[in-house]
Design a protein around this ligand. Structure first.
Ligand code: XMP
Length: 506
């Protein structure tokens, strides 16, 4: 797309949220590394993100300031970005001893024409910094301060602005308004509409595929289903392969086979459940389990593909791309454990992997799926991890445990759907706690497993809050599981946020 709003990544954990907020405002935005400023393709505006480093450090991440000025577009520095700009304009930054992290109040300076028009002021902002700007260069105006009178918003000239807080996080009350005001100063703002984006994607897929044969692994999940639908729409020659790992939810294999019935997409199913279960036998270490599943998956998949795969299509999304960013980027690799297996990396190096969804966030993929005609049941589906129920079964995975998880999960998800909670939850599942505890069933003493139910809301799985499901509903779910699922005598509800917990149990 022409003229993206370029967000330069200095490594803050919130950087991709800036991109997301801008897209929510209806404009196209993309993330770039500081060294990629010249590759931003005539941006409509540039935002320099926050980051964990200090401008005072040797080799601190920098920006080509001359080029940035030549671009002639509005520029906003956020936290680190603001400090960097201040030094570029000739001001100074002072080291902080501790990291200030948390809420503050924004007071707006009267009479400074900046990016605070229409704000009510005295609203909460979210700070996260250690250094602060100390000396302001000539011509720099203060647009806002905190309650201690410390400048938290600067304007160096009519195009360059800086804020010492995060407008992208929901804890900054008027953050979206500030971003909107800032973007209002740009001309030629690039629209982001999913239907026109779809046409662009179709053209891009055709171009990339260039008549070659594509294989696509489908799992029944949103991403791979949308990918299969996009390939179908692009009319490229595709084989869709579904591997039944035996680690799926109840009736899932049958469901996946029917998912695309109305749309004319064919799926080849490979039942490898026995291979997976025997490979996992006796293995309790979570990383080892992941490795086994990942490797076997690739083996089974490529055995099925044979020599047929000129190109492999993957449903990698934008957050995955950023999170798996290599050492060449500043963004810290939070999650290294996802299914990135050597073989796929090899194909990647040979230019034989296409990832058409890699610029999209999950909810955008859902919108794309709707535009491509996928049913709501598919596009509205909760995310499901590649290693399946194995990450919901800490310790050794056995058929007995999987059966318990499947039955309990089916009851839990069924009731969430029935009581209209499913769509307001990002993800929900039952995990088995691999310890037996004592209970009573009838007149008998029982010694059985406990289950943990987890339901979370999330922004792209980076952070998560547990859902305050009504007690009555939790009670009903628990009763049904205890009555209907043999082998369980205890049900717990997981009230951990991410961080520090993760979404899955592993
Ligand atoms: P965690 O447990 O890391 O999960 O908080 C974040 C999100 O990622 C999903 N997840 C995976 N998805 N392959 C995937 O495709 C994986 O190996 C994997 N591990 C976790 C998890 O379900 C949640 O939505």
């Amino acid at each position: 797309m022409e003229h993206p709003i370029a967000v330069i990544d200095y490594g803050s954990q919130y950087t991709q949220l800036i991109v997301r907020r801008i897209r929510e405002l209806g404009y196209f935005s993309r993330l770039y590394q500081p060294s990629e400023l010249s590759e931003t393709g005539n941006p409509a505006a540039v935002i320099l993100s926050g980051g964990p480093r200090s401008t005072l450090e040797e080799n601190a991440p920098d920006i080509d300031f001359e080029l940035l000025q030549e671009m002639g577009v509005p520029v906003l520095g956020v936290c680190y970005g603001m400090q960097l700009l201040n030094t570029k304009f000739g001001g100074t930054v002072a080291p902080g001893n501790t990291r200030e992290y948390g809420p503050a109040t924004l007071t707006i300076e009267e009479g400074v024409d900046g990016i605070f028009t229409g704000l009510k002021g005295n609203s909460q902002i979210w700070m996260s910094h250690s250094d602060t700007v100390s000396g302001l260069p000539d011509g720099c105006e203060v647009m806002g301060r905190n309650l201690d009178g410390v400048p938290v918003a600067l304007r160096w000239n009519e195009r360059f602005f800086g804020i010492q807080f995060h407008p992208e996080v929901s804890h900054t009350d008027e953050g979206t308004h500030i971003l909107k005001n800032f973007l209002g100063r740009a001309t030629d703002l690039p629209d982001f509409q999913i239907d026109s984006f779809k046409d662009e994607l179709v053209a891009k897929v055709r171009d990339e595929v260039a008549g070659r044969k594509v294989v696509c692994g489908v799992s029944g999940g949103v991403d791979s289903s949308v990918l299969a639908a996009l390939l179908h729409e692009s009319q490229v020659d595709t084989r869709n392969i579904f591997v039944d790992t035996g680690l799926l939810r109840k009736d899932e294999a049958e469901e996946v086979n029917c998912l695309f019935d109305g749309i004319g997409i064919e799926i080849e199913t490979i039942d490898a459940s026995e291979r997976f279960l025997s490979a996992l036998s006796g293995v309790a270490d979570p990383e080892e389990k992941r490795r086994i599943i990942g490797r076997l998956f690739v083996d089974v998949f490529f055995d099925a593909v044979g020599d047929d795969a000129e190109l492999l299509a993957q449903g990698t999304l934008y957050p995955d791309v950023i999170e798996s960013a290599t050492s060449g980027s500043i963004a810290s690799t939070i999650k290294t454990h996802h299914n990135r297996v050597d073989r796929i990396m090899e194909l990647k190096e040979q230019g034989r992997v296409i990832e058409p969804l890699d610029e999209l966030f999950k909810d955008e993929v859902r919108q794309l799926g709707r535009v491509l005609g996928l049913p709501e049941r598919v596009v509205g589906r909760h995310p499901f991890p590649g290693p399946g129920l194995a990450v919901r079964c800490p310790g050794e995975v056995t058929e007995e445990k999987l059966k318990i998880i499947r039955e309990a999960d089916d009851i839990f998800i069924g009731l969430l759907r029935e009581r209209h909670w499913y769509d307001s939850v990002w993800q929900a599942y039952a995990a088995l706690i691999p310890t037996k505890t004592v209970g009573v069933k009838g007149d008998e003493r029982s010694y059985e497993y406990a289950l943990s139910l987890r339901a979370v809301t999330s922004e792209d799985a980076m952070t998560a809050e547990w859902v305050h499901l009504p007690y009555e509903l939790l009670g009903e779910i628990s009763n049904r599981i205890l009555n209907e699922v043999p082998g369980v005598n205890r049900v717990l509800y997981d009230i951990s946020t991410k961080p520090p917990a993760s979404i899955e149990w592993e």
